[in-house]
Ligand binder design. Structure first.
Ligand SMILES: [Ca+2]
Length: 500
């Protein structure tokens, strides 16, 4: 099944890149453009299932005369942020990034430089734009809310208007990009070239031994039969939970928990319900007239089950006994509770699952459960502040940046993400085909609450405060911001329409 999909995608890629360059007619790369089309066409007709995708077939050799592409990237301990690398080290993912860099530099006759900033990277874009184009970035990795703000201020290009880009190409996350960008604009794009997005998926990890020892239902089978719901996960948590008969689960004891996690994840995990804060109109804009009863009910249930229940150890939640279990580096304390075999579930981001690879506890990985069994499909919540790709206007040649972005995607496609899946997730479950299916399911279903991604009406902050304080009732706080929220959306509508 997967192979078939890949072949179709490869053919699709070839067809689409043809259309990308066909639309470039008139640009200075006319000659090579023609070559790319003729090069790519014969490949598209190859029907052999063993045919391997080759980016050389879809990205034309172009002489950019040693142009130095400058990338601006953030720093995170929870994600692979680098888009360049210095040396081959034996690390599969980093080496793949090195290899990609060499191939893109060779193919486009260019150099790639990356600047990594701990904070204020949106301000850096503003600063270099004002100082002239010499230090301008060709590409940057930015959160959706920074991208939205910078776009409205005129610092970022609308990628929908860059002819050298085609966001339909299979290395872009089309469904996600369509969802997160408002009003038909494309100020941010998520895709294969950056691993931040793929580091930002939330998953459930379960203790395999406990499932057997307590005769629990197999989570894999529950997922497959669409019975993997919040109710089911909670019921399982309560079977294993053991407070040592003193009324509370306590750190540093033999007490057994149902779930461990961090409060920073909670507000995003709620989106596994698929229920958004806002509605969407036919102009692809968000509207808000108060939270839906569905959202209110889901929020309350999630809080009671997975944040404030006595079987939940949630780091950073102020009333939780495990509030302080938030290590600054290395193995996070809350993760150690799972590693020590004292919790049935761990919920965390994709990349933190790396830290449990050496765990003595045998584990499996599944998607986040659904809110209810009648939900259309599983949703893999994505961290609302995950960075995507943006193209600063200050580069003065956004078509060149667009070509670069496409090349970075094409040379990542079916390589870097596969390595990410293999190395990060499959390490301990490589012999478990069901687990691999689960991961593929998760990777295919990443979604985000678009209001949170833009932090309209400070909704992300509000949700976080409610989670930190373990408050299940969401209506009162959101009623107070109904007007600011509506104003923020009206502002978005007006400004996105007015932006050239
Ligand atoms: Ca106890």
């Amino acid at each position: 099944m997967r192979k078939k999909f890949e072949i179709i995608s490869a053919i699709l890629a070839l067809l689409m890149i043809v259309s990308v360059f066909a639309s470039c007619a008139g640009s200075k790369t006319d000659e090579t453009t023609q070559a790319a089309v003729t090069d790519a066409t014969p490949e598209a007709s190859v029907g052999d299932e063993e045919t391997t995708y080759s980016a050389d077939n879809v990205i034309q050799a172009t002489d950019l005369e040693n142009h130095v592409f400058k990338i601006l990237s953030p720093v995170h301990d929870w994600a692979i942020v680098e888009m360049t690398c210095e040396d081959i080290t034996g690390d599969q993912i980093k080496d793949a990034i090195c290899e990609r860099q060499a191939r893109v530099e060779e193919r486009l006759n260019c150099k790639i430089e990356e600047t990594v900033l701990g904070s204020n990277y949106a301000d850096r874009i503003r600063t270099v734009a004002k100082g002239g184009s010499e230090d301008a970035f060709d590409l940057a990795q930015m959160t959706t809310y920074d991208a939205y703000a910078l776009f409205l201020e005129g610092y970022l290009a609308d990628m929908a208007k860059i002819d050298s880009m085609n966001l339909e190409n299979p290395w872009w996350e089309k469904r996600f990009n369509d969802e997160v960008n408002l009003a038909g604009r494309r100020y941010i794009a998520f895709g294969n070239e950056s691993l931040i997005f793929y580091s930002s998926f939330y998953l459930f990890v379960f203790n395999k031994e406990m499932v057997v020892n307590y005769s629990l239902d197999d989570p894999y089978e529950l997922v497959a039969s669409k019975q993997w719901t919040w109710d089911k996960a909670y019921e399982m948590m309560k079977v294993v939970a053991d407070d040592g008969q003193d009324g509370s689960c306590d750190p540093g004891t033999d007490d057994v928990l149902g779930i461990v996690g961090h409060v920073n994840h909670s507000r995003n995990l709620i989106f596994s319900s698929g229920i958004s804060i806002c509605q969407r109109d036919d102009e692809n804009m968000l509207t808000y007239d108060g939270l839906s009863q569905n959202y209110i009910d889901a929020f309350a249930k999630f809080t009671r089950y997975f944040i404030t229940d006595s079987a939940a150890a949630i780091s950073g939640c102020s009333h939780n006994k495990y509030a302080g279990y938030t290590g600054q580096s290395g193995l996070k304390n809350y993760i150690s509770v799972f590693v020590e075999g004292k919790s049935l579930f761990l919920t965390t981001g994709t990349n933190e699952i790396i830290t449990i690879r050496e765990s003595p506890t045998e584990y499996g990985i599944v998607v986040v459960p659904m809110y209810s069994a009648d939900q259309e499909s599983y949703v893999t919540p994505v961290y609302s502040a995950a960075e995507g790709i943006v193209i600063p206007e200050a580069t003065l040649d956004t078509e060149r940046s667009g070509l670069f972005a496409e090349a970075m995607g094409a040379y990542s496609y079916r390589n870097i993400i596969d390595k990410h899946i293999n190395v990060v997730l499959h390490y301990r479950v490589a012999n478990d085909p069901t687990a691999i299916e689960m991961i593929n399911l998760a990777y295919a279903n990443g979604l985000i609450d678009v209001a949170m991604a833009h932090n309209f009406g400070q909704c992300t902050t509000l949700l976080n405060n409610l989670n930190v304080n373990g408050i299940a009732e969401v209506t009162r706080v959101f009623d107070q911001v109904k007007t600011p929220m509506k104003n923020a959306l009206k502002d978005a509508r007006d400004k996105l329409a007015a932006r050239p």
